[in-house]
Design a protein around this ligand. Sequence first.
Ligand code: PLP
Length: 380
Amino acid sequence: MNAIYFDHAATTPLDPSVFEKMRPYFCETFGNADSPHRFGRKAIAAVDIARDTVASLLGAEAGEIYFTSGGTESDNWGLIGLARAQKRLGKTRVLVSAIEHHAVLAAAEKLRAEGFTVEYLPVNEWGMVEPNALCAAMNEVTGVVCVMTANNETGVVQPIEALAKIARAGGSLFFTDAVQAAPYLPIDVKKLGVDALAFSAHKFYGPKGVGVLYVKKGVKIDSYLSGGEQERGLRGGTLNVPAIVGLAAAYEQAVKNAAENNAKIAALKDLFLQTLLSSTEGVTVNGGGETVPSILNLRLTGVDNATFLYDMDLKGVALAAGSACASASVKPSHVLTAMGLEETEAKECVRFSFGKDNTREEILLGAALAAETVKKLRKK
Ligand code: PLP
């Protein structure tokens, strides 16, 4: 058997049908979308269609959609751009959940260095930000509250509607990183009640290096990349037309096939867990409540996660300890320690993330190899 890929939360393969839609925009329709001639007009026409598609899928207007270079840029821009605009209204405090992706955490620390007050919202033992915790933390100088829609390590879905309502009632803006949620959950910006939302194409079988920042009409956001007048003067840089076309095509497919894919992936996740539990003791699930169907975070008691990942990779199974960006480090996960795990316990945890193209055979073999590896490492 070929290598087994259980790391879909890190990235997904590009869907070949999406690639076919992108293909003409590399060599034939190559114009700069800002050029005022026929080459440019063809390129901007494709971008306009992509923007309309994404907007209608999110329940937004085209003018509220900005294309970026991916989740990291959307997170940085969303948090920093909103916070700086809010500062002019005297709102100098930012509340960020303790379990955010590093793209948000690093942006928050940048704001602290600029003089903002930055505070972290706790999560409960299941990995959820409780609305009461936000109520207690709000004050009149809070300018931005940022809580991700679903966590990238545990898959735990956050109560965004309730949190956004509290933030906005308290006079703050609400920003959510929906990078891990967008492939699976229905995202309707009006229903969620958010002021800004970020996502990235490569998590739903689209191309890497392209993302979206939704900003609600009327909400002020400072520009982040200075340069040309692209994206209504707020995000300079020549538009990546093939990637934008690919993002819209991939998101359209993700939304259309969500029910079918979610059911399939959830069944695979359950099969993996039950198979592993039936053969192996000392396995516990991290996170609870609603989770995205793809992510399963397990504590393998007595097993060092770095060694486990290395051994599994040698056996042909690819997975991660947490977020891909941090996986080279041996630091315990900030998400798991925020949920109350000791650092030593967090170093026993691994993330399996399944995808629509995984097969039953891969699941059964992957679970058997995981059980064998746990047994071997516990003997050492
Ligand atoms: N936010 C979350 C929750 C993520 O999982 C990731 C990627 O893993 C990012 C942001 C960064 O997205 P990108 O890889 O597109 O920069």
